[in-house]
Design a protein around this ligand. Structure first.
Ligand code: HEC
Length: 173
């Protein structure tokens, strides 16, 4: 019972965060914001994506085609998230789901959705590879620029960018 109450509370808080973030960005659309990322930051974010096991659950192309025996992660190509919400999702994970947190200090204080360890009890996300706030910013830049809005069917070029010119990419020819 208590657990259910907590989950409802998290859902409400997440919705509030999404609303707050979307009202800020209502003037400039996410599309406009994309133009402001430096290519060097996007490239740095690609390295963070590759180094953080996102591909296991979300697919190397971020299209929701998981690799091997991992939990199913949704496509990151069809998300419509404000940068701040996206960053918090990455650093804090999603309580009560298989989306891990990447901030090593997540849930040690109230930085994640205002929840400390006691509030998150029973639904604390698993810990993913540790990531700094700057790395999370880079990753956001990569996701918003190179994944969001792209087709869930990856191209040969995208495959070779991830894997190099390997036979595994022949499937996308
Ligand atoms: C162990 C599997 C797993 C790993 C690893 C993982 N995720 Fe997730 N991710 C999920 C699941 C499952 C969800 C759906 C959570 C839910 O039900 O709300 C999710 C949700 C998300 C969302 C929100 C999508 C939406 O539509 O609301 C984003 C963004 C995201 N993940 C990004 C990442 C990034 C970036 C990485 C790597 C740093 C990563 N994830 C690593 C499993 C994973």
């Amino acid at each position: 019972m208590q657990r259910i109450a907590k989950i409802i509370r998290v859902a409400a808080m997440t919705a509030a965060a999404v609303l707050a973030a979307s009202s800020v960005s209502s003037v400039a659309s996410a599309q406009d914001a994309k133009a402001t990322y430096e290519q060097s930051q996007v490239d740095a974010g690609f390295k963070v994506f590759k180094g953080s096991d996102c591909a296991g659950c979300h697919g190397w192309a971020g299209n929701g085609q998981k690799i091997g025996e991992n939990p199913d992660g949704p496509s990151l190509r069809s998300i419509d998230m404000d940068d701040a919400v996206l960053k918090e999702t990455i650093l804090c994970g999603r309580p009560g789901t298989n989306m891990p947190s990447h901030d090593p200090k997540a849930y040690t204080d109230d930085r994640c959705y205002g929840m400390d360890a006691a509030a998150a009890e029973g639904m604390t996300p698993h810990k993913g590879k540790p990531m700094t706030s700057d790395q999370a910013d880079d990753l956001v830049a990569y996701i918003q620029t190179e994944l969001v809005g792209k087709s869930d069917k990856p191209t040969l070029e995208e495959c070779q960018k991830y894997y190099g010119k390997k036979p595994v990419c022949n499937a996308y020819k």
